[in-house]
Design a binder for this molecule. Structure first.
Ligand code: SF4
Length: 370
């Protein structure tokens, strides 16, 4: 399990190592085709900041070689904001006195129909809070079954499950699972996740092993930028990616590193990542791993998403609603977080075409039959 591997890696030593990288380390990393995590640390370090343009060109080249000009589009659908967890940065956290919604089957289907009217989305990401009793595996399973006539690629972002539960959902069309570890800093993890199942660090971090064991086709990993020192956090994610690739080599992987946006909980980010740093991180991950899918959500601005669509990003959401039933049933309810890019999906498509990209509505593997 990855928790055993992580226990061998010191957070403090990693931070020190990143901040002691030099231009020699950066140039050595840039000269390699197959990078290790140590090289990745050089590319995200302050020492690499003067190399941003070189990194951008390398990242563009690897992305074109592996993905062509295409950007895979997806849409998230929140089917419930009911949650037993207490993540202090989230508007859906248990103690927040908001109206709780668990969409009925009829409401879920109405959402699917409304999404299909926006754009020809085939990639659906079903999102829930974490309430295993009221909206657990049978509820998610039913939502997947109902989605099958409308979408050809189904992913979920829900509470970590048992391996047999992931396996069960694959029989209802589940193709991918996204889970945010949020932060790999185990010592501080419970500051942000004080109660509920999400407070159990090892259960969450080992959930990726259970996805691999269950044969989930695609695993999405994520760090929430704004909690801890971001350079160290993404270094741990790079270790995790390599570990998973070694142990579950048939699985495809995607990476997410959204920057925190204001939410109802009034939590202010501890760490602010600049646009330049976000670009540096994106390039570093592409140079580190040529094949991994890199995803940007609507938390990022239209300008940032357009720029990075030519330089390393391969998957994007569009016209996202971050409230349950936001496309049809409850368009005015509380959002989980505020989005930054409010363009319609069709506008996003037009903008991507204008800059020479080819938006595809199917998943990568479906689009290219890989
Ligand atoms: S981040 Fe997810 S698990 Fe945490 S409170 Fe929000 S909805 Fe619940």
């Amino acid at each position: 399990m990855f928790s055993d591997e992580l226990a061998k890696i010191s957070w403090e030593d990693s931070t020190r190592a990143i901040y002691s990288k030099t231009s020699t380390d950066v140039e050595r990393a840039l000269g390699k085709e197959h990078l290790d995590v140590n090289d990745f640390m050089a590319l995200i370090s302050p020492a690499a900041e003067p190399y941003l343009e070189v990194m951008a060109q390398l990242s563009r080249q690897y992305t074109l070689q592996r993905f062509g000009k295409t950007i895979s589009m997806f849409v998230p659908l929140y089917i419930t904001n009911s949650c037993t967890n207490h993540c202090i940065y989230c508007g859906f956290q248990h103690n927040n006195p908001i109206a709780r919604v668990i969409l009925t089957e009829e409401e879920i289907v109405n959402e699917y129909k409304a999404i299909k009217k926006l754009a020809p989305f085939e990639n659906l990401l079903l999102v829930t809070g974490e309430n295993p009793v009221a909206a657990g595996v049978p509820y998610i399973e039913r939502a997947l079954q109902l989605a099958k006539p409308y979408f050809s690629n189904l992913q979920i972002e829900v509470m970590p499950l048992k391996a047999e539960e992931y396996e069960r959902l694959t029989h209802s069309g589940l193709n991918g699972v996204i889970c945010f570890q949020e932060t790999y800093n185990k010592a501080n993890y419970n500051i942000y996740h004080p109660k509920g199942m999400k407070s159990k660090f090892d259960w969450r971090v080992n959930g990726f092993d259970r996805m691999g064991q269950a044969g989930v086709h695609k695993i999405g990993m994520g760090v929430l930028i704004g909690l801890e020192e971001w350079r160290t956090d993404v270094t741990m994610m790079a270790h995790h990616l390599r570990y998973l690739q070694k142990n579950y080599w048939k699985t495809k992987y995607s990476l997410n590193f959204p920057r925190m946006r204001p939410s109802e909980g009034h939590f202010q980010p501890n760490v602010v990542m600049s646009d330049r740093e976000l670009a540096q991180l994106t390039f570093a991950f592409r140079i580190f791993d040529h094949d991994v899918d890199i995803s940007y959500s609507t938390r990022e601005s239209a300008e940032m998403r357009n720029n990075m669509a030519t330089l390393g990003v391969t998957t994007m959401s569009a016209e996202s609603k971050t409230e349950p039933g936001g496309y049809y049933t409850y368009p005015q309810a509380l959002e989980q977080f505020a989005i930054n890019d409010s363009r319609t999906a069709i506008q996003v498509e037009k903008d991507l075409k204008r800059i020479g990209r080819e938006p595809v509505w199917k998943d990568w593997d479906q689009a290219f039959d890989r």
